[in-house]
Design a protein around this ligand. Structure first.
Ligand code: 5GP
Length: 120
């Protein structure tokens, strides 16, 4: 797998606004926020897409969600609510091929995210 921008962030080759880091995951603010709070949780292991998750990765995937919830609690948005999204491949809107959990909060978020175009 070719190196992505997220590997460079993990390796501190490019800066990011880091919220949490340990040996398994890194959480940092999205450079182009789509909500008042928008951060990403990534595994340190480079996994390209959801399709590439192996059984051995199950624990880190759960840990990514627990990290998201912990940070949302610290930010005081747990009760109000938040959204997690992990896009996969082109139709899913994935642009960086190192899996990442989007965490969005701080305002009511629209749902569903996709609407059929009305025929005229
Ligand atoms: P995707 O489209 O793959 O689901 O999400 C990729 C996300 O990474 C986007 O929301 C984009 O704004 C964010 N992103 C891309 N490059 C960088 C970067 O260099 N730094 C940070 N902090 N976020 C980035």
């Amino acid at each position: 797998m070719s190196e992505t921008i997220f590997t460079k962030i993990i390796n501190k080759e490019i800066p990011a606004d880091i919220l949490f880091e340990d040996d398994k995951v890194l959480a940092f603010k999205d450079i182009s926020p789509q909500a008042p709070i928008h951060f990403l949780v990534i595994p340190k292991k480079a996994i390209a897409t959801i399709n590439d998750i192996q059984q051995e990765d199950d624990a880190v995937i759960g840990y990514m969600y627990r990290t998201a919830a912990k940070l949302c609690a610290e930010m005081g948005v747990s009760e109000q609510g938040f959204r997690t999204v992990m896009n996969c491949n082109d139709d899913g809107g994935q642009t960086v091929y190192h899996i990442h959990l989007h965490v969005l909060a701080g305002k009511p978020l629209g749902w569903p995210p996709y609407q059929e175009k009305r025929k005229v």
